[in-house]
Design a protein around this ligand. Sequence first.
Ligand code: UDP
Length: 322
Amino acid sequence: MRALVTGGAGYIGSHLVDELLANGYQVTVLDNLSTGKIANIQHHLENPHFRFVCDSLLNASLVDRLIAECDVVFHLAATVGVKYVVENPLLCIVTNVRGTEVVLESCYRYWRRVVIASSSEVYGKSEKVPLSEEDDSLLGPTAVGRWSYALSKALDEHLAFAYHRQGLPVSVVRFFNSYGPRLDPRGYGSVVARFIGQALSGQPITVYDDGRQTRCFTFVSDTVRGTLMTVSSSKAEGKALNIGTDRETAIGDLAQMVREITGARVDIVHIPYREAYGPYFEETRRRVPDVRRARELLGFEAQVPLEEGLRQTIEWFKHQLD
Ligand code: UDP
């Protein structure tokens, strides 16, 4: 099997590439290295089953050729992370919407099995617990930049389902707060990376608001396993699937865990949202996936406990500092 992974030099993409190669796939990565890093795929560059193409997703003729040459497509390239998106809204919208359009157009032309990466952000600020795939999205006004990410992903999903109605074997995976080695140490889009970075560099850990907001942190090996199970399941075609753990962790507790596992003697400080994100930010206080569909259709269950995943992630971060 030949796989194309867009965004394959990124944090989740590169772990997916590792797994695909280990499973005997031939892998092509398309990545423009905007947020992806060559270091994430360096170890495969000499592998004859691996090919890296450094270019933009918006180069439609190139994407078309790469999709013609493969059997399955994993579309992970996107601008990610709410903070990054708030700072670069135009780039986010164009990459996420036009990029997915380009990929789906060619998948349809060559009738390729394709998995589109989406995000728990599509549920927006819905307070429902847990969030199941058919639940409503609750997004804020278009004047608030942060919702452009959720909207762009929601539009990607609509596009995917529209192609499915034409018969295309496409699935959507909604990732819930994935974390692990290779997270961007600048902390874009990941509180786990930020906290570890802060602790290891001796800075205070910055918990926003009261720290009682929660997320379900999913170790990257689970994120990748769920994605691979999706591509091989015909039952998952035409569906969105939550990929994540349903174990909920308060951000204040995460800060304590990071401090404890790193052994760092740093303070945990609380910062108002307004100061962290600017005046128009809206926070999602709880975000828990309903994991039944992934369990029933794929037999998928997240396995790695947060403590264990944090240990591995912290080890990786320490090596970066060496
Ligand atoms: N957060 C925090 N301190 C930080 C960065 C983030 O307390 O330095 C909180 C943030 O308010 C949110 C949670 O951590 O409640 C997860 O944030 P992240 O940006 O990782 O992801 P998302 O909000 O997209 O789930």
